[in-house]
Design a protein around this ligand. Structure first.
Ligand code: DAH
Length: 340
């Protein structure tokens, strides 16, 4: 019996040591200590042992069992540690590897400039009025002192939808709606799409404008100039100044074309400003009394100024874009570069 137990013990220890996985180790445990295991079989055979021998044999069996269990525990710990190490190895992260970058989206340049302008004007106390893209001939032209057969209509090749309705050619149409709906003081901007049958490197049949209108007591051209000076500094930089040139719009009197000092060369003359030191950026003027009166505003008491900014033009100048089509082709190689 003693030898048999010794044999089982040696055999078991060898088997346990050979186990190279926790699953294998479990198999070995069952084969020895399980219900049908070798050692269990010995225990079952105790009844055949002479009674005086039993305590001794019992003690021997227990010792054998203890030794086997100890070995099982030892190898289990070792295998567990190995498994953990292997897992750490396989899940190892190289923290020095360059991160996978996610492409960040950005707003379209026109939206960026539009939002920047809304922020600047908002800080000056302007409210936003959004007009409609389909207008009547009356609001787009007649009420803006541009009756039928007025030569100024030729300045804007119009898409007519019917003799009465058209795609607005200018956000100026919004001025009339605002003045009809609201008594002065009025201080609004009106951004939106406008449409003209015009198509070359700097013109597109659809483009974006931002109209401005201020009506109050004692408004003069000086107020316009002061506001523009503030505006261009915020858009093009602190050094930028403005220059007003006489112009003509039916709805303003006097009318001006506004130039900014070239923000690229500082006024010395370069390619951008075509050597003049100045860049034309918008049209403006003192609101024509005929327009105010047509909206029921007392011109003895009130006066106003108005302006119209081409957003694409500002975006092209600001971001160095030489063809307006680049703003409408949705080429991400272009658009990705502009994130102000
Ligand atoms: N509506 C003009 C255009 O589309 C721009 C403009 C000029 C608007 C003078 C104004 C203004 O409000 O006063 O060319």
């Amino acid at each position: 019996m003693k030898e048999k137990l010794q044999k089982i013990r040696e055999n078991a220890i060898a088997e346990i040591e050979k186990s190279d996985s926790l699953a294998k180790l479990n198999e070995v445990r069952t084969a020895i200590l399980g219900k049908k295991g070798e050692l269990t079989a010995v225990l079952k055979g105790m009844k055949d042992v002479a009674p005086e021998e039993r305590p001794k044999v019992g003690q021997l069996v227990n010792e054998t069992r203890g030794a086997i269990e100890e070995k099982l525990e030892e190898i289990k710990k070792k295998l567990e540690a190995e498994a953990l190490r292997a897992r750490y190895e396989s899940e190892k992260i190289d923290v020095t590897m360059p991160a996978v970058t996610n492409k960040k989206g950005n707003l379209h340049p026109i939206t960026q400039v539009r939002n920047q302008l809304i922020d600047i004007f908002g800080s000056m106390g302007f409210e936003v009025y959004e007009g409609t893209e389909i207008e009547t001939d009356h609001y787009n032209f007649t009420a803006l002192n541009t009756p039928k057969d007025h030569p100024a209509r030729d300045m804007q090749d119009t898409f007519y939808l019917s003799p009465e309705f058209l795609l607005r050619t200018q956000t100026s149409a919004g001025q009339i709606h605002v003045m009809e709906a609201k008594k002065p003081p009025i201080k609004i901007i009106s951004p939106g799409k406008v449409f003209r049958s015009d198509d070359d490197a700097t013109h597109s049949p659809m483009f974006t404008q931002m109209e401005g209108l201020v009506v109050d007591k004692g408004i003069t051209l000086c107020d316009l100039k002061g506001m523009l000076d503030e505006l261009v500094k915020k858009i093009f930089g602190k050094e930028t100044t403005t220059r007003l040139r006489p112009s003509y719009f039916p709805f303003t009197e006097p009318s001006v074309e506004v130039d900014v000092s070239c923000f690229q060369c500082g006024g010395k003359g370069c390619k951008l400003c075509k050597g003049t030191g100045w860049i034309e950026v918008l049209g403006a003027g003192v609101v024509n009394n005929k327009v105010l009166a047509g909206c029921g505003i007392d011109t003895d008491e009130y006066s106003g100024f108005a302006f119209g900014i081409g957003i694409e033009r500002i975006a092209m100048l600001k971001y160095g874009i030489n063809n307006i089509k680049l703003l409408f082709e949705s080429d991400l190689r272009v658009l990705d570069q502009i994130d102000d």
